[in-house]
Write a protein that binds this ligand. Structure first.
Ligand code: HEC
Length: 194
């Protein structure tokens, strides 16, 4: 499975990457995936605990404080930039830059052609502010309610108590109306090349 994913990733790599050290790039992809798994597990742990303790309304505030805190802690720990982004923002701090927006659009195209967002990723070595950086994004699909509680706060029929709380914390919230299988967004990582 892992091998298949990496082969798929290499096939979508830009030509310039063929110049880069393949083993180094491979390691960067694997390390990125490991950190993303950590991030997702920690966040879902916090979310699950909060949902159990106080329901979705109370869990919104936990999400608001835990998500940026975990992203910052992981960024500091690895000396990378680690976060989440999307085209339909709840927190405007998560707005995509140009490369992230283009990658989200590529993911949308792949999903429209029938590919599952599960395990979907894309990497590139790009020049940023005059320095070479390794960038990686991993798609976040919207699961069904049986799989995870996401739709309570991101779905089509959100409870009015939840929408009231979301409205008060995120007046420009655009992260609603999702159905299972849609692209919710992506984890995004930037690593310095040296
Ligand atoms: C209790 C409500 C709630 C649930 C359940 C929930 N979210 Fe969110 N979600 C939020 C809030 C609040 C934010 C904004 C966090 C912040 O301020 O950084 C958010 C932000 C996000 C973002 C970052 C992009 C953005 O719009 O700012 C993604 C991606 C995301 N959620 C995906 C999910 C997924 C996938 C699940 C299920 C595993 C999920 N959410 C479950 C409330 C929720």
């Amino acid at each position: 499975m892992k091998k298949l994913i990496s082969v798929a990733l290499l096939c979508t790599a830009p030509v310039s990457l063929l110049m880069a050290n393949e083993a180094d790039v491979q390691k960067r992809v694997e390390d990125s995936r490991a950190v993303i798994q950590q991030f997702a597990q920690q966040l879902q742990g916090e979310l699950g605990k909060a949902m159990k303790a106080g329901g979705p309304v109370a869990a919104i505030e936990v999400c608001q404080s835990a998500a940026p805190a975990i992203a910052e802690a992981e960024s500091r720990k690895h000396g990378w930039t680690v976060g989440r982004t999307t085209t339909k923002l709840r927190n405007t701090n998560n707005a995509p830059d140009e490369w992230e927006l283009a990658t989200l659009q590529k993911f949308e195209e792949r999903i429209a052609k029938g590919e599952s967002p599960m395990g979907m990723g894309h990497f590139e070595v790009v020049s940023q502010n005059g320095r070479e950086v390794f960038r990686f994004m991993s798609a976040i699909g919207m699961p069904s309610l049986e799989q995870a509680p996401c739709l309570h706060c991101h779905g089509e029929n959100i409870d009015t108590k939840i929408t009231a709380k979301l409205d008060s914390l995120y007046p420009t919230d655009n992260a609603r109306g999702y159905r299972p299988g849609m692209l919710r967004g992506a984890f995004t990582i930037t690593q310095p090349m040296n």
